[in-house]
Design a protein around this ligand. Sequence first.
Ligand SMILES: Cc1ncc(COP(=O)(O)O)c(C=O)c1O
Length: 449
Amino acid sequence: MELRIDRRALVPVVQQIVDALTCWIRCHDPAPGTRLLSVRKIAHINLLSQSCVFEACERLVAQGVLASRHAGGYVVATPASNSAEQQDASFCQLPLGGGGLPESWRESDDLAYAIREVSRTDMAGLFNYSSPLGLPALRQQILKGLKPLDINVEDSQILTTAGASQGLDLIVRTLLKPGDCVVVESPGYPMLFDLLRLHGVSMLEVARTPSGPDIAALEALLRRWRPRGMFINSFHHNPTGSSLAPAVAQRVLQLAREHGVQVIEDDVYADLNCGPGKRLAALDDSVIYVGSYSKTLSSSLRIGFVAASSEVIARLARVKMICSMGTSGFCESVLARLLANGAYRKLVQRQQQRLNRDRQAVLQLLEDADWEVFAKPASGLFIWARSRVADYDQVHRQARRFGVLLSSTTAFGPSGPVDEWQRINVACACDPRARAFFQATAPDRPQAF
Ligand SMILES: Cc1ncc(COP(=O)(O)O)c(C=O)c1O
């Protein structure tokens, strides 16, 4: 009974044991009364302390999953009810289709230290409005971080925002008006579609291929509709995990110049990238570039930024002040410290390493279960895949069975569902619940359905 406990995870070990044991019971479906391995054996096999395993078993007794025997040891309990919802409620669900790193991957020590430092030493950061462009110390750090990507901008070309979301919102509010049309990728980022709808901007869909937007389709759209802008999630695309190939990037920019289209490059997953790759903004300085620290450090601090020409940044900054009186100086000061002292760089290195290791394992799992993979990503958070054998209902039934939350199938299409493709979050996909789910959809297990 291998439980695959991750000691570096923030989720307490006892909770991980609870989840793994619950998953094991779901996978093997033992009859009520079946005796579990002894606490001592489970602890021995998994290099755990007996007290942790004991504590986890007691919690499962409290949840009605296990029953304790007078003679010692635990057996599988007789379910009080067969209702699927009740069983699900006792099982912590795994966000396999989720869009960010799970809580268990987040690291809080350096962040907590920086927060204490700022609280003690930076009274302005604690109490005052920040400046319209954002905290100068942070903008300097962002500028430095863009240099390795060959995006060479000056101080006046960076605007901090409350996450990439505010960056996108400011761009739409300031540079577009109701009735305009823009190109978006399909599948793509659902909140962008909602934002454009909110502002009365129409969308022209271009299919995302494994190497970027479909160039022939893009050219046809630009010729026919003369859109104002084009939103591209260039690297580690949400949801497909694919990245722009250099030739596609060049062609996108060529077409944008020919047709007078403003390119907006959304690169919120940039720091999860450890490979090469030229950004559109590095190839053409008219591109508006949007970045974020939500995916690596914290989605809660709400820090993102826009890099663009000084003129565009000045216009966005005016609207930023009208709409929000600026961003949080406190959060920006905390991030500026983490960037300056190297803690952020080390954090993303660890995340990249972990993702690289897990991605290989997940790709193997998908291959074993006969899932088709849209593009085999070399870095980043997502894999876009669909089962070749299990249909939509079967996949969803197995997901419910193993406590796996899939992404919504309707969300990623600007105008409707995107077949049975699933966004697989690599950081969740090595969890025992995900493994069991993939295995249950494999062709050599027809009895699972
Ligand atoms: C492609 C894309 N753009 C923008 C965002 C918004 O990011 P933030 O949390 O920085 O607002 C997300 C978040 O999931 C995203 O996936």
